[in-house]
Design a protein around this ligand. Structure first.
Ligand code: AMP
Length: 282
């Protein structure tokens, strides 16, 4: 497995790989790898002959009071995990190379970024789409894999890829969960033992919502109340949002029985903000 820091070297290798007729599968991450990230690599391998995983804690997607500085970083551990999975290239660019002096070009997806996480993290998605567009231009992948865990990010990246005509297939990967249902996340390490235990209410609540829809309940307001009630069973939980939206447009749905209806939540446990979602009726 190659470890590449240089943007130029990465792009040259990708050009050579493409010229040799091999398809490149790309998995962008911020590192502190867990089994969720590694499942994305498995999917990328199925769709390509050469896999590239990037590890870059992207400063532009963090707000001024967010956790950029304390975000977990473990390049050695990450490299070992990726190597074991059979990844071909780990790309670890430096922030000063990605954002050179006097950097002033950004990619913004409108509408889809306004609600849900965009409401409480106003600059976040512009940071994500900017870095993903740059990484696409450096890694030159044929396919890129993104987790359903970050459902709004997935929809936004899909839309950017379509709108800017990137010749890249975006593949959605299912959410990988801990034994009690908590979605794996690099941020779960911030949780105290009590918060960690309590955080299992999130998946319980989403499952309950799904069961309601399967039984024929279609009123989103009713389903959102049930989700809020279940999450509130944990005294550590503070809800940021509970919403039922169209999974592609990220617009609110009154009718949760529609196809592509997604129940999405963001919940604080202490200072840690966790997100999760479920496609309803599945
Ligand atoms: P991150 O390092 O948190 O930026 O995540 C990198 C990629 O891994 C994104 O596409 C995430 O959606 C995906 N991901 C993170 N957690 C999970 C999970 N539990 N299951 C599946 N994919 C995940």
């Amino acid at each position: 497995m190659k470890i590449i820091e240089s943007l130029h070297e990465m792009q040259q290798l990708s050009l050579q790989t493409r010229q040799s007729g091999r398809r490149i599968g790309f998995v962008p991450t911020m590192g502190a790898l867990h089994d969720g990230h590694l499942s994305l690599l498995d999917i990328a391998k199925k769709h390509s002959e050469a896999t590239v995983m990037s590890i870059f804690v992207n400063p532009t997607q963090f707000g001024p009071n967010e956790d950029f500085n304390k975000y977990p970083r473990d390049t050695d551990g990450d490299t070992a995990k990726a190597r074991q999975k059979g990844c071909d290239v780990i790309f670890v660019p430096k922030a000063d190379d990605i954002y050179q002096e006097n950097y002033c070009t950004y990619v913004k997806v409108e509408k889809l970024t306004e609600g849900l996480c965009g409401a409480s993290r106003p600059e976040h998605f512009q940071g994500v789409t900017t870095v993903v567009a740059k990484l696409f231009n450096i890694v030159l992948p044929h396919v890129a894999v993104f987790g359903q865990k970050d459902a709004q990010q997935l929809a936004v990246v899909k839309r950017m890829t379509r709108d800017l005509n990137f010749p890249i297939d975006i593949i959605a990967a299912p959410i990988v969960r801990e034994a009690d249902g908590l979605a794996m996340s690099s941020r779960n390490v911030y949780l105290s033992p009590e918060e960690r235990k309590g955080a299992a209410v999130i998946f319980k609540a989403l499952n309950k919502a799904n069961e309601m829809v399967k039984k024929g309940v279609r009123d989103s307001a009713k389903i959102c109340s049930a989700i809020r009630e279940t999450i509130s069973l944990s005294p550590f939980a503070r809800i940021d949002y509970v919403s039922i939206v169209d999974a592609d447009e990220m617009t609110e749905l009154k009718d949760a029985g529609k196809s592509r209806a997604l129940a999405a939540v963001a919940v604080y446990f202490g200072k840690t903000r966790l997100i999760d979602n479920i496609l309803l009726g599945t």
